[in-house]
Design a binder for this molecule. Sequence first.
Ligand SMILES: [Ca+2]
Length: 236
Amino acid sequence: MRSKLTFPLFVGILGLASTYLMGCKKENQVKACFDVYQNNTPKEIVSFESCSENASSYLWEFGDGTTSTSSNPDHIYQELGAKTIKLTVYGEGKEDSYSKTISVNAIAPKSLTITKIRISAWKDTYNNGPWDPDGYADLFPKITNDDRYLYISNHHHDNCEVGSTYEYNTSSGLPIVIEDMDDEIYIEWYDKDSGLISQFVGSLGFKPSEKHVFGEDILVFDQNEFQFELEVIWEY
Ligand SMILES: [Ca+2]
């Protein structure tokens, strides 16, 4: 009776031991793994989240020449295109690597060039508006920031209508280049009256960084059915 029990007990103990040993061996395997979270918006912070196993240290290569040793780093790309990210993890003398390629389709612009201003919608009732004593709505724009005028149109359009365009000529000042993407820029409109008196009509402000849409070269501004557009060039 006793000898019959000994063998299964021995096998059982061996089985438990081997399960334990196998478990230990598996536990020691170093495996690199990560997930990427991005939505391709300008100034986007791309988040990397490690799902690695048994890693005690990390080396991230972001594919643009920069690296990080954080476990879950964030990164902002400065250039467009495909980026291959490589994560190498180290643990107990072992290492493992894992790579993934992402597409960076939007980055923050470095400058904004305004080349043309055009009235694209105009309400007839604006003629003879309260800012228009002489009865001719002949508007002209100025572009300013908090500190100074960046552009002053030197011509105006008699009886402003859709399609009135303000663009480069010898003294208008366009194009202008704005390099501070967080600068508050104002488009001010004035009406010219006889005697060269200018009446303030209204203004709209914007920050280039907030108005930026990747690849978009026309910025539309709309206020009370007075709509105008800026033709622009974004440099990245
Ligand atoms: Ca007028």
